[in-house]
Design a protein around this ligand. Structure first.
Ligand code: 5AD
Length: 351
């Protein structure tokens, strides 16, 4: 599949072609990564952020938001909860928060690895090479950093740098790989100013970067942000819609291009369509779900987009049982073990 073919599929809007894409992506998902859905306990460890990304509700300019940072024992307890629920891994995610020091994260990772044996994924923003290496040495297994869009003009517009000459996210992803992590990245679909051609380039980049994990969700405008206030102009030439349908087509194409990567049914998709967004993502190539295990009282404060923290059922066990029955209803089962990326295992065995 080349760039022109991807653009054609993204723009054809032909229900038969899109349905064919869904069927093919579901088959490739089944054949290459199986019917297991790997569950990752998501712990949002801090909503402090030094960045001013124009799309994000927890950016530093959002002064209406109360800020929190979990303690070491709160984080470790949440990881234990993931283990109790039978999950194979935990994801520690935060804004870009320098108070989460190299030593603090190192100690947290060490304790989680010692007490639970879970695979640990970090998603803490743009950090130094020394931080990344130290956390990898402490036992962290995976690192997530979306590049958001490969259109560098658009990216620079919505992601102001902290200082001149800082490494870009592609450079950081290279450090992540060099340090021996499983590397994850991804994009938002439907950023104002993002064209269909941009998304086709993003998809080809997923393959070129040989990613272990690919996360993609619809861009959801946040009214407290610069981008949320200008809004998506649906009339703009070649603008990618930030719709559920478009996100699912992009996901299906990602599965065809990167058959061995792990791909979550993202919360953003499930937020757009609370009733069946999860199922539809899992039927368009996704094979991972990241249930939120952040202590309840903080969840609503991690509002990167509206509706993010609104979880209809507040009891963890109830939510867990509901998830299992939703998986079962579509013929899928929760994964056993860590759910390492097939791509990563293959690369490791080749060495
Ligand atoms: N809508 C959808 N996704 C968003 N993210 C940040 N802000 C938004 C938004 N308004 C995504 C980014 C980031 C990830 C953690 O959340 O892709 O990398």
């Amino acid at each position: 599949m080349d760039h022109a073919e991807i653009v054609r599929l993204l723009t054809c809007g032909d229900p038969a072609a899109w349905s064919d894409l869904q069927i093919r992506s579901d088959r490739v998902r089944h054949d290459r990564v199986g019917d297991e859905v790997h569950l990752r306990g998501l712990v949002e460890i801090s909503n402090w952020c030094v960045r001013s990304c124009h799309y994000c509700g927890i950016a530093r300019f959002n002064q209406g938001l109360s800020r929190y940072r979990l303690t070491r024992s709160e984080i470790v307890d949440a990881a234990r909860l993931a283990q109790t629920l039978g999950y194979g891994s935990t994801v520690l995610q935060s804004g870009e928060d320098p108070q989460l020091t190299r030593g603090f994260i190192r100690d947290v990772v060490t304790e989680i690895k010692e007490t639970t044996g879970l695979a640990v994924t970090l998603s803490l923003g743009e950090r130094s090479r020394d931080d990344l290496e130290a956390w990898r040495s402490a036992g962290a297994d995976r690192y997530l950093l979306r590049f958001e869009t490969s259109n560098s003009v658009l990216y620079q517009r919505i992601h102001p740098p902290l200082r001149a000459g800082e490494p870009d996210r592609f450079e950081l992803l290279k450090w992540v790989k060099d340090a021996g992590y499983e590397a994850g990245s991804g994009i938002m679909v439907g950023i104002p100013g993002q064209t269909v051609s941009d998304v086709a380039t993003d998809l080809l980049l997923f393959r070129e970067l040989d990613l272990d994990m690919i996360g993609l969700g619809p861009y959801i405008p946040h009214p407290g942000t610069p981008l949320g206030e200008t809004g998506v102009d649906p009339g703009a030439a070649d603008q990618v819609p930030n719709s559920e349908a478009m996100t699912l087509v992009v996901l299906a194409l990602a599965r065809l291009l990167c058959p061995d990567s792990n791909m979550p049914a993202t919360t953003a998709l499930a937020t757009l369509n609370r009733r069946t967004g999860l199922e539809r993502a899992l039927q368009h190539g996704a094979n991972v779900v990241m249930p939120d295990l952040t202590p309840q009282r903080f969840q609503s404060q991690y509002e990167i987009y509206p509706g993010r923290g609104m979880i209809p059922v507040d009891d963890v066990m109830l939510r867990h049982r509901e998830l299992l029955s939703r998986l079962e209803a579509i013929g899928r089962r929760p994964g056993n073990g860590r759910g390492d990326s097939v791509a990563h295992l293959r690369r490791r065995d080749a060495h």
